[in-house]
Design a protein around this ligand. Structure first.
Ligand SMILES: NC(=O)c1ccc[n+]([C@@H]2O[C@H](COP(=O)([O-])OP(=O)(O)OC[C@H]3O[C@@H](n4cnc5c(N)ncnc54)[C@H](OP(=O)(O)O)[C@@H]3O)[C@@H](O)[C@H]2O)c1
Length: 317
């Protein structure tokens, strides 16, 4: 049976992947207690023990602002650990699927970033994620690096949607940055894309592959961009959250959503002003386009509402 080692299984993407990848084989979800990514020896030892066919790395140091004051820890988790995963994947003949970020770019373009555009991260988080990518390319032939952006989901601790819902319930006025553009991405859609890529990796026959899937060309190894389609500012995203949450019955005290500039909301880490990623490459490989971000948002809010309010909620989609 195909063995898939999944890191970050408690995170918002990792929890989605835990169930999305399950039909493909045995998913070994690891958290920091069994594989601490800040400890190189822990990473290596766990991989030697598990001998996976696939490593799916959904773990990361994701606290973008805090990373500015913890660069060594961010580097250990985002740069050194993925490089060790790449070394071990190469040794085991495994495929490494690694999740990276739009924050490897500086956001100075005004057309969607292509996979081969030159990265220029603005902060510690983006810089350490870029070093992780470079370590993987250097050490492991069978790798897929999937850059994504503006991820939110039902599971995991905090994300923009959950923060907005909390603020909408507490305040009459909420101020939201309107001069940063990106593509909000539902973790469940991203997990489906990773599933589709894993299904199309050659040399490993996955449990559920049908004869039709086996006939499809395999995915060329390398770097891909995946986000939901469409472009929004954080302000546009907040307005949509309000509009979609209202008919569902979320408690909403908010009366005014006020667009502000990045300069009016200073943060320790500088964010790219434009972080739209082109999905042309992955769409050509998978033969389908990602759903629009607003569709993903609607589905997430429906799911989140059920999750919060119905004890009979089932995790099966
Ligand atoms: N969120 C976004 O907007 C966004 C945007 C672009 C790219 N990405 C990328 O997408 C991937 C998934 O992000 P996410 O949003 O799902 O992040 P998340 O919800 O913050 O989850 C991060 C995961 O990493 C784990 N982790 C952190 N430090 C660890 C350590 N020392 N050892 C082991 N595990 C550790 C966390 O475990 P604990 O639960 O124990 O903390 C958690 O499971 C990451 O590669 C991230 O860089 C995210």
């Amino acid at each position: 049976m195909t063995r898939i080692l999944l890191t970050g299984s408690t995170g918002q993407l990792g929890q989605e992947l835990q169930r999305t990848l399950a039909p493909l084989g045995e998913v070994i979800g690891v958290g920091r207690e069994t594989m601490d990514l800040s400890q190189a020896s822990s990473v290596r030892q766990r991989l030697v023990e598990a001998k996976p066919d696939f490593i799916v790395n959904a773990a990361a140091y994701t606290a973008v602002d805090k990373a500015e004051s913890e660069p060594e820890l961010a580097n250990a988790i985002n740069a050194i650990a993925p490089t060790i995963m790449a070394e071990e994947a190469q040794r085991l003949g495994a495929t490494l699927i690694h999740v990276s970020t739009d924050y490897v770019f500086d956001g100075r373009k005004n057309t969607p970033y292509m996979e081969d555009d030159t990265p220029n991260p603005l902060g510690v988080y983006g810089r350490t994620k870029l070093e992780g990518e470079e370590g993987i390319r250097d050490k492991c032939a069978r790798h897929l690096i999937l850059r994504t952006a503006w991820v939110y989901g039902t599971f995991g601790q905090v994300n923009f949607v959950k923060t907005m819902l909390r603020l909408f319930a507490e305040r009459e006025e909420v101020r939201v940055v309107a001069d940063q553009l990106g593509s909000p991405t539902w973790a469940a859609d991203l997990a489906q894309a990773i599933h589709a890529l894993a299904c199309r990796c050659s040399e490993t026959t996955l449990l559920t592959q049908t004869s039709q899937e086996l006939e499809q060309p395999s995915v060329p190894m390398g770097t891909y961009h995946y986000t939901n389609s469409g472009v929004a500012s954080w302000y546009d995203f907040a307005v949509a959250i309000f509009e979609e949450a209202k008919p569902l019955g979320f408690p909403l005290k908010v009366q005014r959503l006020v667009p502000i500039t990045t300069a009016e909301y200073p943060t320790p880490a500088t964010r790219p002003a434009y972080s739209v990623l082109s999905g042309k490459k992955i769409s050509a490989v998978l033969g389908s386009h990602p759903p629009h971000w607003r569709q993903g948002l609607r589905q997430m809010l429906e799911e989140f509402y059920s999750y919060k309010h119905e004890s009979t909620y089932s995790v099966g989609r």
